[in-house]
Design a protein around this ligand. Sequence first.
Ligand SMILES: [Zn+2]
Length: 255
Amino acid sequence: MDIIFFVLFAIFGIVFFSLIIFLGLNATKIKGWLGEKTISIRLEKLDISKYVILNDIFIKNEKGTTSQIDHLVVSVYGIFVIETKNYKGWIFGNEKAENWSQIIYKQKNFFRNPVKQNWSHVYALKSLLKDYKDIRYIPVVVFAGSAVLKQIVSNVPVIYDYEIKNFIQEYPVERCISFEDVKQIVSILENANIKDKEIRKKHVNNIHKTVIERQLKMENLICPRCNSELKLRNGRNGKFYGCSNYPRCRFTMSY
Ligand SMILES: [Zn+2]
């Protein structure tokens, strides 16, 4: 009798914890999806005779790595490459750091530097569109949700979701390509876009695994790049964590 009880208890425990992990993982997914929806609704208000909007573009690079780009706005002024984040709380970040931080309910969480993430998308696009040398790429990071951008040090614009439409419309640059080019680029991007759900899933799962691993290491002040200890240091822009293996490893994260 005792054994049956124990087995039932163990099964219950396993089911319970898997459920929590499952819901936890999906909460970030749902949040991400909501953020992307908010931005695409705002982008739809742009003049469609001038701006072509592409949402959720998934492309493979020459090296075989994949990039998932939240939104692209292709125009005669260039390609706006938009990375979306849906967060609450206070956001702190430096474009050079590996990670940015969110402070919410007195708790600090880290997430991958979205500016760096967006640069990797720009490089992927550049290699895909290498025949178009005159294109201007305009990376921008957009925060949806109730996040407050507390201290952001970045040359790449980091803005709120309600600012995105004006940001694009009023971006002060000259034309760099013709509308004929715009149409061709859009069709190249649409053809390169991988819609296969299995390939996409694999990409997302890989990212989840590494994100969770990195998160755990950073929370325990271990460098996710070389596994050395992270130490608190004083920099020009205040305190930050740096790898104790510096200068061999240049990993940093915000304090
Ligand atoms: Zn390191």
